[in-house]
Design a protein around this ligand. Structure first.
Ligand SMILES: [Zn+2]
Length: 140
């Protein structure tokens, strides 16, 4: 899908979608089979991780973005009201703050689990990062 035509999700959209995905995985007809999804289990991580190089990216589809369409330079400030840091497993998923403000939302084609992805540009490296979306970490 063309990045320009991606739907922009708010925190509320993301929370609702994550909640729905969680219910379908844990209470749906294939709940037992889906606790460890073979397609995306390599990505299931509570905090940010680098996208494994061996991961087959065709197992995910991009469904939305958290990026503001007109914002050329979104903030690099982070949101950690409870003393977490960017790699914390319980760091808030706050779409208006770094790095969530440059993420796209991806969905596993098999279990519909949601992930956020963005590209970190360091001085000498480019790192694709991924984090599982958990509804309870999205601030109200
Ligand atoms: Zn999956």
């Amino acid at each position: 899908m063309d990045a320009a035509s991606l739907l922009r999700w708010t925190a509320a959209d993301l929370r609702q979608a994550a909640h729905a995905a969680h219910i379908s995985r844990h209470d749906g007809p294939d709940a037992a089979a889906s606790t460890a999804c073979l397609s995306c289990h390599a990505l299931v991580c509570p905090g940010w991780e680098s996208l494994p190089v061996y991961f087959d990216q065709t197992r995910l589809e991009r469904v939305a973005t958290l990026r503001a369409p007109d914002d050329e330079s979104p903030t690099v400030e982070e949101f950690h009201p409870d003393g977490t840091h960017s790699w914390s497993a319980d760091a808030p998923i706050a779409p208006d703050w770094f790095p969530y403000n440059r993420c796209d939302v991806w969905r596993c084609l098999t279990c519909r689990c949601l992930f956020l992805r963005y590209t970190e540009y360091g001085g000498y490296y480019v790192d694709e990062r991924v984090r599982e979306v958990r509804a309870e970490l999205i601030p109200q």
